[in-house]
Design a protein around this ligand. Structure first.
Ligand code: ADP
Ligand code: ADP
Length: 224
């Protein structure tokens, strides 16, 4: 059961950089898929195109079998993105930040649903806190809560554990598994081989804009 398809997707930036060679990829409903590659490989470009932030130079993206371009409202609602950088208002309590993220999608406010999301991320007790009162781990959870606020079926995590200590990385891995077990399809980027091995059901190795699919993680080392 394929939830997301990428067909012949290419990107050349105005600078001339060919960030993505034609890429084909099918994501299965309910899996954790890791895009593994070094800096500059094209990971962020690929997920930015799928999330509608960067325009591709060619190819197509299908969400639930429907073309992104002709069904963009549907596609946008099915997708949540946790970017690498923190994007949270400095003085706004996190509850407001997360509620607003839902309303941005044109959904009515739903305090019960927002409470559920915050509780599942162990953020409920911190709902009145502002950014500077939150620890690094909490900040990352807020970014996940924002991305989940409109209840997307597919969640993208861009380098979810870049620059975090070992303990926090374990927490993040457990959290991602929990989200998958609750039914969300997860696509994450990483440059840590252990993270791809530990977390993913399948891995795509991306290098210089080319993607090699690894169906069986035991073969991962051979493909690197
Ligand atoms: P495009 O119009 O091809 O989509 P963007 O609008 O994303 O390109 O970027 C415009 C310009 O910004 C690029 O042509 C490039 O010169 C510069 N730029 C932005 N981010 C980067 C980056 N990560 N690496 C190199 N150049 C960048
Ligand atoms: P990764 O996420 O794997 O580090 P990126 O997708 O950010 O890789 O970058 C892929 C290539 O495209 C790199 O060579 C990068 O410098 C270039 N690039 C990324 N964004 C832009 C941009 N806006 N303009 C021009 N070049 C870019």
């Amino acid at each position: 059961d394929v939830i997301l398809s990428v067909r012949g997707l290419r990107k050349s930036y105005a600078s001339g950089t060919e960030a993505l060679k034609p890429i084909d990829l099918d994501i299965k409903r309910g899996e954790i898929f890791a895009l593994l590659g070094p800096n500059g490989a094209g990971k962020t470009t690929l997920i930015s195109i799928i999330c509608g932030i960067v325009t591709p130079s060619g190819g197509e993206v299908l969400v639930d079998g429907q073309d992104w371009r002709t069904h963009f409202r549907h596609a946008r609602r099915e997708i949540g993105l946790v970017p690498q950088e923190l994007t949270m208002d400095v003085f706004e309590p996190l509850l407001n930040t997360v509620s607003f993220s839902r309303e941005l999608f044109g959904y009515p406010a739903d305090p019960k649903r927002i409470e559920e999301i915050l509780r599942s991320l162990s953020l409920w007790d911190k709902r009145k806190a502002i950014l500077k009162e939150l620890s690094g781990g909490m900040k990352r959870r807020v970014m996940i809560a924002k991305a989940l606020a409109h209840e997307p079926k597919i969640l993208f995590l861009d380098e979810p554990t870049a620059g975090v200590d070992v303990e926090l990385r374990r927490d993040m891995w457990n959290l991602v598994r929990k989200l998958r077990d609750q039914g969300t399809t997860i696509i994450l980027t990483t440059h840590y081989i252990e993270e791809a091995e530990e977390m993913a059901d399948r891995v795509g190795v991306i290098n210089k804009g080319e993607l090699i699919l690894v169906e069986n993680k035991d073969e991962l080392m051979k493909k690197l």
